[in-house]
Design a binder for this molecule. Structure first.
Ligand SMILES: [Zn+2]
Ligand SMILES: [Zn+2]
Length: 302
């Protein structure tokens, strides 16, 4: 499978053992865009997102609100795990699902695991006194033959022993392109849930799984689907007709749009996010879309 050159990363042995995150400002996109997004976040967007989340929780105090799809430096994001979790907490989010890419010959497993280790360490050593630690679920975004799939697991897999089980099970995906059904089955075997991100969006490589394929091949096999995506600029009801959990997220790579579109569930009815997704009892919610038009233009240019 071919990717645009600027998105390729080396796959030699050194890239497979990343002991520390690469620089947050890598490549031209990072050098140009990351500082701008930080300025816009601090000067404009953070306040709007924080206010929107606060208002939502004031209306429905039992609501659990979180980000379900974003990336750090361990795949193709531009900011480290702790910066993302700290900012998410300061915005009022209750959970964050970092979804590093796992893709054959492009995004190996080692950085995915390191990202999960980092979120565990960040939560255990929480340094932000003003806001509580978020729940940070183990998860990743797998490139399959039919498109991307988010696999999301119980918090138990943050423990090193359980995480090793996860790592061993999904290691084949760093070497070869396998089917989405395989990824979904393995996720379920290990007690996880799956979400289709950016459905129907086409790229030169398998990206958004077509709705027709979901209807014909994935009934009963997957659990949720993105209805709202801040980065991809859509707000649709895919989940209703497919009887899947409704998911809202950002697919943010710049620690910028996290919290602009969220997934919510009732904390009195469900003990955690996975329980709510399994019960199809989540809701996608748009917190702020003030930069929607700008992001649509930027997406076409970049
Ligand atoms: Zn994706
Ligand atoms: Zn993604």
């Amino acid at each position: 499978m071919n990717y645009p050159d600027h998105e390729k990363i080396p796959t030699d042995k050194t890239s497979r053992v990343i002991s520390s995150p690469p620089s947050p400002l890598r490549g031209i996109r990072g050098k140009v865009i990351a500082p701008v997004t930080q300025l816009v976040s601090k000067g404009f967007l953070d306040h709007r997102i924080r206010s929107g989340i606060h208002k939502l929780k004031a209306e429905l105090p039992h609501l659990v609100v979180g980000e379900l799809h974003c990336h750090s430096v361990y795949s193709d994001g531009y900011f480290p795990v702790d910066a993302i979790l700290h900012r998410a907490s300061s915005l009022g989010l209750d959970f964050v699902v970092l979804t590093e890419h796992l893709a054959a010959d492009r995004f190996p497993m080692a950085p995915v695991i390191q990202s999960i280790n980092d979120r565990r360490d960040c939560i255990q050593d929480w340094r932000i006194k003003k806001s509580p630690p978020v729940t940070a679920y183990p998860a990743f975004e797998i490139s399959t033959e039919q498109g991307h799939l988010i696999s999301l697991f119980p918090e138990d897999y943050l423990k090193p022993g359980d995480l090793l089980t996860l790592e061993k099970r999904f290691l084949p995906f760093e070497r070869e392109w396998l089917s989405l059904e395989t990824a979904a089955c393995w996720t379920r075997e290990l007690g996880g849930v799956t979400v289709i991100p950016h459905p129907d969006l086409q790229r030169a490589y398998p990206f958004g799984v077509p709705i027709a394929f979901i209807q014909s091949h994935l009934t009963g096999l997957i659990d949720g689907i993105e209805d709202i995506s801040a980065a991809h600029g859509f707000n649709r009801d895919y989940s209703g007709p497919l009887d899947l959990a409704s998911i809202g997220s950002s697919d943010d790579h710049f620690n910028f749009l996290i919290g602009a579109a969220v997934t919510v569930y009732d904390g009195q009815r469900h003990k955690n996010l996975l329980s709510a997704i399994k019960a199809r009892d989540t809701r996608a919610h748009c917190i702020d879309n003030s930069l929607g038009s700008l992001i649509s233009v930027a997406r076409k240019i970049l």
